[in-house]
Design a binder for this molecule. Sequence first.
Ligand code: DX5
Ligand code: ZN
Length: 211
Amino acid sequence: MMVSPSILAADMLNMERDVQRMVDAGADWLHVDIMDAHFVPNLSYSPALVAALHKRFPALPLDVHLMMDNPEKYIGVFCDAGAAVLTIHAEIGADVAALLEEIRSRGVKAGLSVKPGTSAQAIAHLLPHADMVLVMTVEPGFGGQKFNAAMLDKLAELRRMGYAGLLEADGGVSMANAATLRAHGLDVAVMGTAMFQSADPAEDMAAIHAM
Ligand code: DX5
Ligand code: ZN
């Protein structure tokens, strides 16, 4: 299984040091949460940070999670800034299939995220357009929340529905639940608090890679 450390849990004033620590520990991707204070009740980073990270760590795939309404205005901006995976939410009330295809047309992996209240069946028609499905395992907006184990069945159901793309989980993922997530079909573990607070991220990432 792959690991995508979420920089929401990094020390913002030591971002370069903390990201380097994750790279040295074996991070597969780097998860960057973009929040608009509208789709979620919080604000986070801008495209400028994505561009700066891409310039400084060009070999590190940036896994950009857009928790925002009207992402159509920013798809080009984040693709140009260096996103390798660009994820939008199913709940935004737009033509999500068209937006996913636009992401793909720019040579970037298209991710589709669902909040805990959105079922696997509700996104069945969108699955052919998604290279990855990000299952939120907390309500989006803040790091450090408790993992919602009821979401495990959503992962398994997506596989039962025949979804063969990447599955990612985000929110409260830790060394305590990673193996269970893997058993339910997970490919990519987003880990904020669990990785940035880890005493030995290299050891933890090696364990996850072995799952
Ligand atoms: C939550 C964000 C997550 C967050 C996860 O809305 O999408 O990426 O950083 O943080 P942890 O792993 O601490 O729950
Ligand atoms: Zn996220």
